[in-house]
Design a protein around this ligand. Structure first.
Ligand code: DC
Length: 247
């Protein structure tokens, strides 16, 4: 709590009882304050990206989409024809490529790949990046560097557990698997891909299993994460709920 000392009470040792308390500013001193980190983890299709982006916008924070980084590594691997059975090739590639996530845009060696990383081919190959502990290590370092000293909302699978274990506010977003698959189907169809709900659901179950069983950075809620199930909630209701808790 901060105190405002009225002019009449500016004696050397003011009686603390006469001080008028004023509400503490969220940002008391720009030089000394600790940046606020909000992590949003959860399974594919739970709406993390859109919710995290909207929450960041409302709070004036930066937004970091860490799944995009794993996807960018996978895209680099596809383009460089890496041998997926030789994980060291992907590790080397990750070190060589310049991966940047700037707001909603993703760049690979300066080329914008925002759309290119969202295809089904990349989604399937991303597990080679996500399952590789040394790639994870490099990307977690990149995520921390990207956060720097800014206030951020960061989303992924391991943000509250591995990348930012000291984050002040952690969410774990979930939703019914069928609902998640329907959202993914809509996204894929809008990109011109022709897939069925059954195909999306089965690929999603597979990805959930892989994400949860991963030895490093698995999909698990942090012990201090707040779980929010978005079933039956509108997009705005979800963002409102998270904003209210984060405040
Ligand atoms: O959130 P997304 O669907 O764009 O993520 C793509 C893949 O990357 C997903 O299968 C899990 C993985 N991932 C991860 O392992 N750790 C993260 N922090 C973010 C994503």
């Amino acid at each position: 709590m901060l105190y405002c000392i009225p002019m009449s009470n500016t004696a050397q040792s003011p009686n603390p009882d006469t001080r008028i308390p004023i509400p503490e500013s969220r940002y008391p001193n720009p030089d000394t304050r600790i940046p606020m980190i909000i992590t949003i983890d959860g399974p594919a299709g739970a709406g993390k990206s859109t919710v995290a982006r909207a929450l960041a916008e409302r709070l004036g924070f930066r937004f970091l989409d860490t799944g995009a980084m794993y996807r960018a590594v996978a895209l680099a691997g596809i383009r460089q024809n890496v041998d997926w059975d030789r994980p060291e090739e992907l590790v080397e590639l990750t070190g060589k490529f310049d991966i940047r996530v700037i707001g909603p845009k993703v760049f690979l060696n300066g080329e914008e790949v925002t759309e290119a990383i969202r295809t089904s081919e990349v989604t399937v190959a991303t597990r080679y990046a996500a399952d590789n502990p040394q790639v994870r290590e490099q990307l977690v370092a990149l995520q921390r560097a990207a956060a720097g000293s800014d206030d951020i909302v960061t989303e992924g699978r391991d943000q509250g557990t591995v990348a930012f274990p000291n984050a002040q506010c952690k969410f774990f977003l979930t939703a019914d698997p069928k609902e998640r698959a329907r959202r993914r189907l809509r996204d894929l169809q809008s990109q011109g891909e022709s897939v069925t709900l059954e195909e999306v659901l089965s690929a999603q179950e597979c990805r959930d299993r892989e994400d949860s069983a991963r030895q490093f950075g698995p999909l698990v809620p942090a012990a201090d994460a707040i779980e929010v199930c978005t079933d039956g909630m509108t997009f705005d209701e979800v963002v409102d709920r998270l904003e209210m808790i984060a405040d």
